[in-house]
Ligand binder design. Structure first.
Ligand code: ATP
Length: 354
């Protein structure tokens, strides 16, 4: 058998603001691991983002989307958002476009506290905050279905329609249970607002009950999303896996990012199992600190770790998390976490630990 590593093709889109800076750090970590473990990573960089849009109007070429689907294993994205593009049209085309057109139905966001020093909750430690959120990523309130009537008049009507399909709800709920089973986790919590949103969220309730019956070893419980927010602060230890819709997942995972130590530490994957999937830090382009060399690269590095799991190297993600934890324990962090290191120094520290 050939000793050559399988080629894994990664599309790199740095994007805007600190996006390219933190993605470069993630790639340094990936390159280090590739050399050590012969993963066979191949990177191809794409010039997409606000600069490109302002230069020639390109947001996301349709043929590129097809190429990503057909020939790449993963996409590593930095961040999108630029004050010069107030409509954010490029971000919508690139990020929402990828989620919808590549059918990346799982938005997976781990909420894992690595060192209690960085948690704003009193007395909470890593044993209390260790969960994953499965956010539905292709429907809900993000499809743009709706309209405006009599816009700009006193009689204006604006409608935003939440789309919940049986297929969409079922596959995200199944993914959450499958993850819990695979990782030996105790429970899956489904969160909705079925008391107010009686049609769509009734569908979530029924599907959750049905799928849950197929997993007798896993405890199931339900919380309205307002109660979930309270419980994440009051008793985060209750949660192993949370599954919820697109909008609630967006909001709840930002709360989660804070209890795990802030936006500079929150990683995410936009996943379709077995197909090209996109990995990105949860934070935005942070124009206020772009170009200064002080952005925290750890969220991007942890996202690169999630990508390694998608590529079949879960053992290497575990190593990445351990190295990041080592840096947090030793206060080898950027300023917003109370440290003194710059972006590159933090990555150097991660690589040294790896
Ligand atoms: P977007 O709309 O693109 O999500 P935003 O302005 O709402 O952007 P961020 O870009 O994430 O949100 O920035 C929010 C705050 O967090 C800013 O003050 C920013 O400097 C800070 N921040 C975000 N990411 C990082 C990071 N990786 N390292 C340090 N600070 C960060």
């Amino acid at each position: 058998m050939s000793q050559q590593a399988a080629n894994k093709k990664i599309a790199v889109i740095g994007g805007d603001g600190i996006g390219p800076e933190v993605v470069a750090e993630g790639i340094r970590v990936l390159t280090h691991l590739d050399r050590a473990h012969n993963i066979g990573l191949q990177f191809e960089h794409f010039d997409l983002g606000a600069d490109r849009y302002l230069k020639d109007g390109t947001t996301m070429p349709p043929e590129l989307m097809q190429r990503l689907a057909d020939t790449f294993d993963a996409i590593f994205l930095g961040a999108l958002g630029d004050p010069r593009v107030p409509s954010n049209v490029h971000a919508k085309d690139i990020l929402l476009g990828s989620r919808f057109q590549l059918d990346l139905f799982i938005n997976l966001r781990p909420i894992k506290l690595l060192n209690s020093r960085y948690c704003p909750l009193k007395d909470a430690g890593p044993e209390d905050i260790n969960m994953v959120v499965f956010r539905e990523n292709t429907e809900g309130l993000y499809t743009g279905i709706g309209g405006q009537f009599k816009r700009g008049t006193a009689d204006e009507v604006a409608l935003e329609t939440e789309m919940n399909t049986r297929k969409g709800v079922e596959r995200i709920i199944r993914a959450a249970f499958a993850y819990a089973k695979k990782h030996g986790l105790k429970s899956v919590c489904m969160s909705d607002k079925a008391n107010a949103m009686r049609h769509g969220h009734d569908l979530w309730q029924r599907v959750f009950a049905e799928v849950g019956e197929e997993y007798p070893g896993i405890e199931t419980f339900h919380l309205y999303v307002d109660v979930l927010c309270m419980e994440l602060v009051r008793a985060p230890k209750r949660f192993d896996v949370i599954v919820t819709n697109n909008l609630f997942g967006d909001i709840v995972t930002d709360l989660g990012a804070q209890i795990q130590g802030g936006i500079g530490l929150a990683a995410s994957g936009n996943i379709h199992p077995g197909q090209v999937s996109l990995f990105e830090p949860v934070h935005g382009s942070a124009p206020d600190i772009a170009g200064k060399g002080i952005a925290n690269p750890l969220a991007a590095i942890l996202s690169a770790g999630m990508m390694l799991t998608h590529l079949g190297h879960a053992d290497l993600e575990t190593k990445v998390i351990a190295a990041v934890k080592g840096c947090l324990d030793a206060k080898q962090v950027t300023r917003e976490l109370g440290g003194t290191l710059n972006t590159t120094d933090v990555t150097n520290a991660v690589i040294e630990r790896l």
